[in-house]
Design a binder for this molecule. Structure first.
Ligand code: GLV
Ligand code: MN
Ligand code: MN
Ligand code: MN
Length: 422
């Protein structure tokens, strides 16, 4: 049963304020069809951070930033020395993204904390709302850089040389961001420089169809399937499309197509659990009357079972090599997150809070990866999912209603009120 404090915290959530903030954020990087394109460390990302910082300061929260530009909004506890409860998500979007993926988790965190404060609820532990840097990995691959560094999974300078499509590096763009925000107090980097948080809770739209089709309000997420990202480069030789005989060519596009066909066979799963995606292809010189000298493509591979993920991922390199006829290929792994199962604490509290508030809830796994996957390595973690229309995400038509998002934030407020008083 949800206690009196949790009920009061949930009741103080202002659904209209949350929706208004989401729509103001959605205007930053708006694209046709109600979508958003707000890549990390761009001017639009900066604007969204400034907007968030303004709201947080007006609400009486203290703002700080770490060396990965992860942004923290702190509500002080009555025992400030205790490890905080952390909640949040990311503000960057996919290039053809929607208005809710990521940003809702940050806005929900702020709204939940404001609800507690508005209801006069004090907490023993501080609560920190975090906006993680580069969760999507659309501009700088891979995703989840901010949370990986925070959790000590990778050193902070791991991605300094990663370049975007224009040749700008993550390291340089990060340095620019930090200098533009030099007025914001700097803090240490997560568990590298300090103690682990007490717990982490991330609110996110489901990005899949399960809650909507079951008519449920809340998903209490118990774990996240594993993902591996690879970059394949095929190198041949450029030639004249009209004069070079096929038998003398080293056509990078043709060998890339053979490799992708072979990978489709490797990853074919009659049960449709294994997910294999080639999401990005670049060809050079990219001219209709030249044979391609280079072809690059990305692979995103996912499975909930570690053994399958490892076995299939490890077979990618030899599958690609075996498919080459005239070209040379290199395969580089760029991201590797094993399937994670959350400590039962947070999923249990999410389920309990949802039931206490009269909401329909189920336990579930996440098909998308999230920053929570890395936080789960250092503290009890969990996620709150809400339904989204048609299960659609990573697309402009992504939609969850003000009521659906409001329900998720009420659950978050109740869970935070509970965790921060433990
Ligand atoms: C995160 O955006 C993912 O691709 O799962
Ligand atoms: Mn997301
Ligand atoms: Mn996403
Ligand atoms: Mn994501």
């Amino acid at each position: 049963m949800t206690g009196e404090v949790q009920t009061r915290a949930a009741a103080a959530v202002d659904q209209a304020r949350q929706w208004d903030r989401l729509m103001r954020m959605a205007a930053l990087g708006a694209i046709p069809g109600d979508g958003v394109n707000r890549a990390c460390l761009t001017e639009l990302d900066r604007e969204s951070r400034r907007l968030l910082i303004g709201w947080a300061q007006a609400a009486g929260l203290t703002v700080s930033v770490d060396r990965l530009a992860n942004l923290f909004l702190r509500h002080e506890g009555t025992e400030p020395g205790l490890p905080p409860v952390l909640t949040g998500s990311h503000m960057d979007s996919q290039p053809n993204g929607g208005r809710f993926d990521g940003i809702w988790g940050v806005i929900a965190g702020l709204e939940a904390v404001q609800a507690l404060r508005g209801a006069g609820i004090t907490t023993r532990r501080p609560i920190e709302v975090v906006a993680w840097t580069n969760e999507e990995g659309g501009r700088f691959a891979p995703g989840c850089m901010g949370s990986m560094a925070y959790a000590g999974f990778k050193p902070a300078d791991t991605w300094d040389a990663v370049a975007d499509g224009e040749g700008l590096t993550f390291g340089a763009e990060l340095a620019k961001q930090l200098s533009l925000e030099s007025d914001i107090p700097r803090r240490g980097l997560g568990v590298v420089d300090g103690p682990a948080p007490f717990a982490y809770v991330e609110a996110h739209i489901e990005q899949g169809p399960l809650l909507e089709s079951a008519g449920l309000d809340i998903g209490a997420v118990e774990g996240i399937q594993g993902s591996r990202w690879f970059l394949v480069e095929v190198v041949g030789k450029s030639d004249h499309a009209g004069t070079a005989p096929l038998r003398l060519r080293k056509d990078a596009v043709q060998d890339m197509l053979r490799a992708i066909a072979a990978l489709n066979e490797l990853t074919h799963d009659p049960d449709d659990v294994l997910r294999f995606t080639v999401g990005r292809i670049e060809v050079s010189p990219n001219s209709s009357n030249s044979v391609a000298e280079r072809a690059r493509f990305t692979i995103d591979l996912r499975h909930p079972d570690k053994d399958v993920l490892l076995a299939k991922g490890d077979a990618i390199e030899r599958t690609v090599q075996a498919a080459m006829t005239t070209c040379a290929a290199t395969v580089t792994e760029r991201f590797h997150a094993l399937p994670s199962r959350f400590d039962p604490l947070v999923p249990g509290l999410v389920e309990q809070a949802a039931r206490g508030l009269g909401l329909g809830v189920r336990r579930m796994a996440s098909g998308a990866f999230h920053d929570a996957q890395f936080l789960a390595q250092v503290c009890p973690s969990g996620m709150i999912f809400v339904p989204c229309r048609g299960g659609v995400s990573h697309h402009p038509s992504e939609y969850s209603s003000p009521e659906q998002l409001g329900a998720g934030t009420r659950v978050l407020a109740a869970v935070l009120a509970e965790l921060a008083n433990r």
